[in-house]
Design a protein around this ligand. Structure first.
Ligand code: PLP
Length: 392
C-alpha cells in the first residue's frame, strides 16, 4: 500500500535534489568550516552560497541571514533579542494562535515579569488588527505575529502591520515557518525586522532554521559561544543541512508560482468534494486568505483521532486538532481561540499538501473519506442521533 502523505505542515519529505546537494557534506567533505586547512576552509564558501540562496528567496541581503538549529530557536532568539536590546520596554504583543515556539516563550516571559498581550482572532481565525493596534504603547518592545497559521493556513495581514509598526518604531518579528516556500515573501516590500524560517517545512531536513534580522536592527545573540555566524549564533555550523536549506530555498523560489496554482487546485478539489460528502462538515479558517496547500475540515460528531486512525489504515496521513492526536492534553488552542464549537474542534482534520502529491492521490482520499466518516458516525451513539448520513 502506498502512503498518501497529506501532513506537510508537520514536516516535509527532503527533496531528492536537496538530498543530492547535502550528501557529500555528510560523507567526504566533513571538515569544520572554521579550520584553516583547505578541507575545512572550502566549506565556508559553500555556507555563504547557501546564505545567498536563502536571502534571495525572501529578497534579503545575505548578511541579514543567521543560520540556527530550527524554527523554535529562531522564534525564541528574535523575541529574546528584542526585549534584551530594549531593557526599559517590558511589554510584548503576540496572538492567541501562535505556534508554541512563540506562545510558550511569551508565557515564559510573562512569568519573568514582562507584560504580555495575546491578541484574539475572529471566527475565521483572522487577526483582530484593531485590537492589536489598541494594545501598542510606549512600553511595547516587540510584536510577534505569525505570517500564516500552521493549523488553518490563514495568512495574517503582516504587510499592513509591518508598515504601521515601522512608522511607530516598534520591533516586529514574524514567524514565517509555514509561509516560506508556499507564498511569496519579500522583506524589501514588507518591512519586518525579524523573520523565522524552518528547513523541514520546505523540503530540507529537520534541525536547521533561519532568523532573518534586518540590517541596523539591534541584536542580542541567544546561543553564546564561538565566533560562528559572526557571533550572532555560536556553535559549529550544521554544514550539510545549511547547504540543503540553501538548495531547498532555491527550488522553492524557482517553482513558487507554479506550485501555488498546482497546490491550491488540488486542495480546492479535495475541500469541495469533502464538504459535499456528508452533512455537518465545515472548513475552519478564512478561505479568502489562506496558504495554497492547507485545508482544515471539521467532521462534526466524530473524533478526529478516530478519523486519523482509520485513514492511516488506508495509508493516508493527516493530522487533527483533537487532543490525543496533537500530542497535548488540550484540543487545538487555535480552533478554540476561533470559537469553533467543541464538537467541530474534536472532529477536525488538517490536510496539508506538497509538490509531491498527485491528483491520483487526492482522488483516492476523496474516495475513502466519506465512507470513513459515515462508518464512524454510525458507530458513535452521539453521531447516530445527530446525523443521518445519506444512503450510498
Ligand atoms: N512555527 C510554526 C508556525 C510551526 O509550524 C513550527 C513547526 O511546526 C515551528 C514554528 C517550529 O519549527 P521547528 O520544528 O523547526 O522548531
Amino acid at each position: 500500500m502506498n502512503t498518501i502523505y497529506l501532513d506537510n505542515n508537520a514536516t516535509t519529505r527532503v527533496a531528492p535534489e536537496v538530498l543530492d546537494a547535502m550528501l557529500p557534506y555528510l560523507t567526504d567533505l566533513y571538515g569544520n568550516p572554521s579550520s584553516m586547512h583547505t578541507f575545512g576552509g572550502q566549506l565556508h564558501r559553500k555556507i555563504e552560497e547557501a546564505r545567498e540562496k536563502v536571502a534571495a528567496m525572501i529578497n534579503a541581503n545575505p548578511e541579514e541571514i543567521i543560520f540556527t538549529s530550527c524554527g523554535t530557536e529562531s522564534d525564541n532568539t528574535a523575541i529574546m533579542s528584542a526585549v534584551e536590546s530594549q531593557p526599559r520596554r517590558r511589554h510584548v504583543i503576540t496572538t492567541r494562535v501562535e505556534h508554541p515556539a512563540v506562545l510558550n516563550f511569551c508565557q515564559h516571559l510573562g512569568r519573568k515579569g514582562y507584560r504580555v498581550t495575546f491578541v484574539p482572532v475572529n471566527r475565521q481565525g483572522q487577526l483582530d488588527m484593531d485590537n492589536l493596534l489598541k494594545m501598542l504603547d510606549d512600553d511595547t518592545a516587540v510584536v510577534s505575529v505569525m505570517y500564516a497559521n500552521n493549523e488553518t493556513g490563514v495568512i495574517f495581514p503582516v504587510d499592513a502591520l509591518a508598515g504601521i509598526l515601522r512608522d511607530r518604531g516598534i520591533l516586529f518579528h514574524t514567524d514565517a515557518v509555514q509561509a516560506a516556500g508556499k507564498i511569496p515573501l519579500d522583506v524589501q516590500r514588507v518591512p519586518v525586522d525579524m523573520l523565522t524560517i524552518s528547513g523541514h517545512k520546505l523540503h530540507a531536513p529537520k534541525g536547521v532554521g533561519v532568523l532573518y534580522v534586518r540590517k541596523g536592527t539591534r541584536f542580542h545573540p541567544y546561543v553564546i559561544g564561538g565566533h560562528q555566524e559572526r557571533g550572532r549564533r555560536s556553535g559549529t555550523e550544521n554544514v550539510a543541512s545549511i547547504i540543503a536549506l540553501g538548495k531547498a530555498c532555491e527550488l522553492a523560489a524557482h517553482h513558487l508560482d507554479r506550485e501555488i496554482v498546482y497546490l491550491s487546485g488540488l486542495r480546492d478539489r479535495l475541500e469541495t468534494a469533502l464538504l459535499g460528502c456528508c452533512p455537518n462538515v465545515r472548513v475552519n479558517g478564512d478561505t479568502s486568505s489562506r496558504l495554497p496547500n492547507t485545508t482544515n475540515i471539521s467532521f462534526e460528531y466524530v473524533e478526529g483521532e478516530a478519523i486519523l486512525l482509520r485513514l492511516n489504515e488506508f495509508g493516508i496521513c493527516a493530522s487533527s486538532g483533537s487532543a490525543c492526536t496533537s500530542g497535548s492534553l488540550e484540543p487545538s488552542h487555535v480552533l478554540r481561540a476561533m470559537g469553533v464549537p467543541y464538537t467541530a474542534v474534536h472532529g477536525s482534520v488538517r490536510f496539508s499538501l506538497s509538490r509531491f502529491n498527485t491528483e491520483k492521490e487526492i482522488d483516492r482520499v476523496i474516495e475513502v473519506v466519506p465512507g470513513v466518516i459515515k462508518e464512524l458516525r454510525q458507530l458513535s451513539p452521539f453521531g447516530r442521533e445527530k446525523i443521518s448520513c445519506p444512503p450510498e
